[in-house]
Design a binder for this molecule. Structure first.
Ligand SMILES: *[C@@H]1O[C@H](CO)[C@@H](O)[C@H](O)[C@H]1NC(C)=O
Ligand SMILES: *[C@@H]1O[C@H](CO)[C@@H](O)[C@H](O)[C@H]1NC(C)=O
Ligand SMILES: *[C@@H]1O[C@H](CO)[C@@H](O)[C@H](O)[C@H]1NC(C)=O
Length: 432
């Protein structure tokens, strides 16, 4: 289980369809976020930017009224009688990042507020190589590292950094009515085949592979591979369950608490989530040690207080290892009595194909209206007992978004220092 678009669904924020126009009531200025590309001879800075996902933006009709195309609970019947007309009438507008959406950058630092001043919840942003394109990451035989301060994200919330197989132009070239493109944050897809697009006459889900590098709060963490049986992204008819089940929505995860080490991750634990930076290192190992080889393993390490910390090993009977591999994944599914959808969708082989095609980096902060994030930090699913059910120390009663808003109005996550490059090249000293 991973990111769902329930936040978006339930807030009834305007959603993306076949595309739409670019509005200009507010100017769109993509915040700069510098990142680094590294080799054994050092790192160079890249002038990356971010854009806010289209679902969060104001979607409005033409002048002079600029009526909201999605006043909620449904679409405006005049502007949006059908998807094509809607896409032709409605424009996504520029975002006031800091004030409305709680998204701000400085140098290589990105801060995402869970409860922005604008009154919404959370945000989702994508890294861009230029104003019209998402940055494409090819991660085989590569390493990604970043610093995160997760101390401000409580039980029930999630400060996430992950990759999906989104089109780099946001679908602008594939869909004739999409004039907004990556510039306005269109084209999202993930392994849950999010159905927010359904708002326009219940038509589509948007499926693609997803590699969750970091889904976390101060109490629990997981990294998860969600392969699909196809590459790229594909729309599925929500009426047809098979087309909407091309991806492994459960995924193969490594959550140290779930794997039996309850003292490894959290405040004051081996990998401490007390305030300050924690460096998270992820390595994409191939069988032959080249960038064209088959992905065999996704490894995890951390640096905290100047110390490099290897991921905890599984303590679950029948499951060994401290990283994602096909062997680990099938043993985990068996030990936890779960259907092995990871293997069914092609396991590491399909994950390898997704990485081969290049993936887009997403960062988000979100809450979970349906399961209150219990799949990450508490007990899940409800009513099940036995190995794998307990995933973290959080009470099953936590995570109601309304409670979070009143108890943690300033909840936020900070990501910084994103570096990608050859194995071993992205996390040298100085350490956080
Ligand atoms: C982003 O960086 C460019 C180039 O350094 C600069 O010209 C521009 O003003 C910056 N944009 C913002 C929003 O800071
Ligand atoms: C990034 O944030 C850290 C604190 O987390 C701060 O020390 C550093 O100065 C910030 N860097 C920039 C360029 O703002
Ligand atoms: C948890 O992981 C740490 C670091 O690998 C290790 O030192 C410790 O013994 C583990 N605890 C258990 C109960 O396995």
């Amino acid at each position: 289980m991973t990111l769902t678009n329930l936040i978006v669904l339930l807030l009834a924020v305007a959603s993306v369809v076949q595309g739409q126009l670019r509005g200009a009531i507010s100017s769109e200025t993509h915040p700069n976020l510098s990142t680094s590309k590294c080799t054994s001879s050092g790192c160079t800075t890249q002038a990356s930017k971010i854009t806010l996902d289209a679902n969060w933006r104001w979607l409005h009709g033409p002048a002079p009224d600029y009526n909201n195309c999605f006043p909620g609970p449904g679409w405006d019947a005049t502007l949006c009688p059908d998807p094509v007309t809607c896409a032709k009438n409605c424009a996504l507008d520029g975002a006031n990042y800091a004030n409305t959406y709680g998204v701000s950058t400085s140098g290589s630092n990105l801060t995402l507020l869970l409860f922005p001043q604008g009154g919404g919840i959370g945000s989702r942003v994508y890294l861009m190589s230029d104003d019209q394109h998402y940055q494409l990451f090819k991660l085989k035989n590569q390493e990604l590292s970043f610093d995160v301060d997760i101390s401000g994200i409580p039980c029930g919330a999630n400060g996430a950094l992950y990759f999906t197989s989104m089109p780099t132009d946001g679908g602008q070239s594939a869909f004739v009515n999409n004039k907004a493109g990556a510039y306005m944050g269109t084209g999202y897809c993930d392994a849950q085949c999010p159905r927010d697009i359904k708002f326009i006459n219940g038509e589509y889900g948007s499926c693609c592979a997803e590699v969750d590098i970091w889904e976390s709060n101060a109490a629990a963490t997981a990294y998860t591979a969600h392969p699909c049986s196809m590459t790229g992204s594909s729309r599925c008819d929500s009426a047809s369950s098979t087309a909407c089940s091309v991806c492994d929505s459960s995924g193969c995860d490594f959550n140290p608490y779930r794997m039996g080490n309850t003292s490894f991750f959290g405040q004051g634990k081996t990998v401490s989530t007390s305030p300050g930076k924690l460096r998270v290192i992820t390595q994409f190992i191939t069988a032959d040690g080249t960038s064209t080889g088959a992905l065999s393993e996704i490894r995890r390490g951390y640096i905290r207080g100047g110390k490099v910390i290897t991921n905890a090993a599984s303590n679950i009977a029948g499951v060994s290892g401290n990283s994602l591999t096909d062997t680990y994944c099938s043993a985990e599914k068996k030990a936890f009595a779960e259907t092995d959808t990871f293997a069914a969708k092609g396991g590491m082989k399909s994950t390898s194909a997704a990485l081969e095609g290049g993936m887009v980096l997403t960062m988000s902060v979100w809450v979970d209206y349906s399961a209150h994030m219990r799949w990450l930090d508490s007990s899940y699913p409800d009513g099940k007992t036995g190995p794998g059910v307990v995933r973290g120390p959080c009470a099953t009663s936590t995570g109601d978004p309304a409670d979070l808003r009143s108890a943690y109005p300033n909840a936020q996550v900070q990501f910084s220092n994103i570096k990608v490059g050859d194995i071993g090249s992205t996390f040298g000293p100085p350490y956080p």
